[in-house]
Design a protein. Structure first.
Length: 124
């Protein structure tokens, strides 16, 4: 089964297009190697998915052709993701997401600027 289809079917991402885009961007690793969306996976493979600055590690235990409920999807993988040390409160660490900067007088973003901003925010 294709890796992008499996990631979508077991509900790791909302759409298959997003799964394919993540593979192309190098956010999906199979057995610690970057992969293409069309890469075939088999049972026992370790799939690492980096989504929204969180890395999840899964072991493939089965396949489903269609997207089903979360309970049925969870039967097709084993989660080996490391547990977070503790809850990180952004206020405690002075954590701040990157902000878009527009100088005064530039006005509204153009269509090209808007697309660039949307592409940038996709992974945050």
């Amino acid at each position: 089964m294709r890796v992008d289809k499996w990631i979508w079917a077991v509900r790791m991402v909302k759409s298959r297009t997003l799964a394919s885009t993540m593979c192309k961007a190098g956010k999906v690793l199979i057995n610690s190697e970057k992969t293409k969306p069309s890469k075939e996976i088999k049972e026992g493979d370790r799939v690492e998915v980096q989504h929204k600055n969180v890395t999840k590690v899964y072991e493939v235990t089965g396949f489903i052709e269609k997207r089903t409920s979360a309970d049925l999807a969870a039967q097709n993988y084993i989660d080996h993701s490391p547990e977070p040390d503790r809850f990180v409160n952004p206020a405690d660490n002075n954590f701040e997401l990157p902000q878009a900067v527009r100088t005064k007088g530039e006005g509204r973003p153009t269509k090209k600027d808007r697309r660039a901003i949307d592409e940038y925010k996709k992974y945050y």
